[in-house]
Design a protein around this ligand. Structure first.
Ligand SMILES: NC(=O)c1ccc[n+]([C@@H]2O[C@H](COP(=O)([O-])OP(=O)(O)OC[C@H]3O[C@@H](n4cnc5c(N)ncnc54)[C@H](O)[C@@H]3O)[C@@H](O)[C@H]2O)c1
Ligand SMILES: [Zn+2]
Length: 385
């Protein structure tokens, strides 16, 4: 465990039933012009109509940017930042999944002509906040609403890169399960597994500490209990609220701790082959957890003791096995791909994947078991079967 740890959080978080109705109280009289960031999929789903109606009560000029790209590159993000800067808005309202929220956060610190998004890749600390941000997640999810991170693809590196700067922490967050009502089942499932990966990676990370452990364990409890009904039943608002809270907790765990080799090895799958973030993590999750099991037995035992609601009087090995089986069952039940076969990726791609994955040192360093290039090769090979 690190000798020191730190808690960083968004300034104000409102969650639970009717949370959206707090928009007027949060914004009225405080801002002149709101830039609403979203994407076409979310706009067309109709899910933003109600938040827009509520924004209409806030005596604000509203401008909508609904062409945000999914899993943006640094240059795509820069284009949105430039449009935002020209708009003269003093508030960003990000309504969407991680892709939208990450760009909203970036725009809040990159709306200047003194540096751009590419400069932040190497020097994230130069970013200063230029506009307040309200985030309303529509997936549960990345937990981006809780973190100071923004993830962009860097095309020439075939990688996703995290820009981390505390100035990107949201000023306001609204967690309302109604925003997940029309979320397609497949997206609900893969984004839910992303939250699960955040929680279990942070709990088993070299950077785990009392604060991150508390958030990660609460997230795991909520996810084990709610992920399946929240994904399978469009009307399960209570379970969707629980998943939103879990994703937020898991994001808070990332801020205080850090993800590990699951995310490190999944970044090239997103960066090079554009496999959606949640799916690439779902593919790498079990192989990496099994690889890590010998060094994480104590943590897996603690997870069993807290979430399983089963007999505690069994051997540590059995407890670890139960946790891994449970995750495997969730992935199977939700029909999330667990191999790279359906993406046309095969052994011809292996060396490039290993090379790219081994570059993600920021996260590999958090992994309890050291990952060598040979280990990465075996792990990628396993998911090509
Ligand atoms: N900043 C962080 O801390 C952090 C953490 C993890 C992941 N990420 C990043 O987040 C991005 C992934 O975000 P995501 O998994 O939330 O998916 P996403 O934002 O890319 O959205 C995926 C798709 O779902 C659709 N969608 C989203 N909500 C919907 C809704 N309620 N109804 C209908 N359609 C909806 C979108 O239109 C989009 O087509 C990746 O770029 C990833 O790297 C960031
Ligand atoms: Zn993730």
């Amino acid at each position: 465990m690190p000798e020191q740890y730190m808690l960083l959080m968004p300034h104000k978080v409102i969650g639970g039933s009717n949370a959206l109705e707090q928009i007027e109280g949060l914004l009225k009289g405080k801002y002149k012009k709101a830039a609403v960031f979203t994407d076409k999929g979310i706009h067309n789903s109709g899910i933003i109509d109600y938040p827009l109606e509520l924004l209409g009560l806030c005596n604000l000029e509203i401008i909508i940017f609904d062409e945000l790209p999914t899993e943006p590159s640094c240059d795509e993000a820069q284009k949105v930042v430039d449009d935002f800067r020209r708009s003269g808005a003093d508030l960003i309202v990000g309504i969407g999944g991680g892709s939208v929220m990450d760009v909203a956060k970036l725009a809040s610190i990159a709306a200047t002509d003194t540096y751009g998004v590419r400069d932040l890749l190497d020097k994230p600390f130069i970013g200063r906040k230029f506009a307040d941000v309200l985030l309303i997640p529509t997936t549960a999810g990345t937990g981006s609403e809780a973190t100071p991170n923004s993830i962009v693809t860097v095309p020439e590196k075939n990688l996703k890169v995290g820009i981390v700067n505390a100035e990107m922490l949201a000023d306001m967050v609204i967690l309302d399960g109604r925003m997940l009502k029309n979320l397609p089942q497949q997206i609900a499932a893969s984004t839910g597994i992303d939250a699960l990966a955040h929680a279990i990676e942070c709990y088993t990370s070299n950077k785990a500490n009392p604060i991150s452990n508390m958030f990660a364990m609460e997230a795991l409890k909520l996810i084990f209990d709610n992920i399946i009904p929240a994904c399978e039943d469009p009307g399960a608002v209570k379970e969707k609220n629980s998943m939103l809270l879990a994703a937020f907790y898991a994001g808070a765990a990332i801020t205080a701790s850090g993800t590990t080799a699951v995310h490190a090895l999944s970044y090239p799958l997103g960066g090079r082959y554009h496999i959606p973030h949640g799916i690439s993590n779902a593919i790498m999750l079990l192989p990496v957890l099994k690889f890590n099991r010998p060094s994480c037995l104590k943590e897996l035992e603690e997870i069993y003791d807290t979430v399983s609601k089963r007999n505690l009087n069994v051997r540590q090995e059995e407890k670890a096995e139960w946790v891994l089986n449970k995750i495997s069952e969730i992935i199977r039940t939700l029909k999330i791909p667990s191999s790279l076969r359906s993406f046309g990726i095969n052994t011809g791609d292996l060396e490039a994947l290993v090379q790219d994955g081994m570059q993600v040192k920021r996260l590999l360093n958090n992994n309890k078991t050291t990952v060598t290039a040979e280990d990465a090769r075996k792990l990628y090979l396993e998911v090509m079967q």
